[in-house]
Design a protein around this ligand. Structure first.
Ligand code: HEM
Length: 160
């Protein structure tokens, strides 16, 4: 059981760094850039500041995913992915998949170029759209964290 406790510790620390960082980006960094920079400069300022966090996030998402899969395997918990009572389990995997695709594939291959083109003609609206995307992902992540912690500690939304 010690290995499961250690994997959970790695999992939670990785999630704290990663989703905490998304919180700072969405609620502090982006609003400040939107307030202090003219629309045409916002993406450049954002990329300059966010680059280090994106690099960190690639490591923390890998750690969260690997430790999560390890625990699922050790706990024989694959059926949690298919049960409504443990809805937070597929939610965790979905959040992980969205961020992993964004960080490793979509952002480097398509998003940067697509955003750059769109921002050239409509910079303010594009930055606002990008900020909203971060808010939605943060909201879903926090909901999932609350669901996982409550669910693993006895709260069953479907049987009060
Ligand atoms: C492939 C992705 C993931 C898998 C397979 C996975 C799997 C797991 C498993 C099996 C546990 C329960 C361990 C136990 O019973 O002690 C767990 C706990 C947890 N997971 Fe994930 N997870 C994944 C991604 C995520 C993500 C993206 C988040 C955050 C948005 C997250 C947040 C949490 C939290 C906060 C706990 C701890 C709950 C507690 O012990 O109170 N996980 N995860």
């Amino acid at each position: 059981m010690t290995d499961i406790a250690l994997a959970l510790a790695v999992h939670v620390v990785a999630v704290v760094l990663w989703i905490g960082g998304v919180g700072v980006v969405a609620t502090v960094l982006m609003p400040e850039i939107g307030r202090s920079r003219p629309p045409g400069e916002r993406f450049a300022a954002f990329h300059a500041l966010e680059k280090r966090f994106a690099r960190q996030s690639r490591i923390t998402t890998l750690l969260a995913g690997a430790s999560g899969l390890y625990m699922t395997w050790r706990l024989h918990a694959w059926s949690w992915f298919a049960s409504v009572a443990t809805w937070w389990m597929p939610a965790m995997a979905l959040i992980w998949l969205i961020f992993t695709l964004m960080l490793f594939l979509i952002e480097p291959l398509f998003l940067d170029r697509w955003l750059g083109r769109r921002a050239a003609s409509r910079p303010a609206a594009t930055f606002q759209w990008f900020q909203r995307l971060h808010h939605v992902l943060l909201g879903l992540s926090l909901l999932t964290i609350a669901g996982a912690v409550a669910g693993l500690h006895g709260v069953d939304l479907f049987h009060w």
